[in-house]
Write a new protein. Sequence first.
Length: 119
Amino acid sequence: MTTTFATIGIIAGALISIGILLSPFYKKLKRWSAWFERFMRDWEGEEEEPGRARVPGVMERLNKLDGELSNNGGSTTKDKVDQLHDNQAIFMKSVSERLSAIENCLTVTPTDGPKQEKI
């Protein structure tokens, strides 16, 4: 009978020791598991719930961005940027022409009027 209790005590002590040794690994595994679950929830998106709007997944958001970065005739971001670039080029050309005209006015020597005699 004493050997049975001793065997049970040894087994219990060994299990407790193994549990103490493995607990840091379990905590890290649990933290990694929680991170992975958040990542997958963000990747796949979340459906609408009461009091909460639908959250699109990563691929849906990337497809929307891809659509914004291609030309489609005027309503995407890329079309707006292209239009701004063209407008800026036209504006800079007109500014350059105006500055050249001003520079020409300032550098032209006035025509000599009638000469006066020195006394």
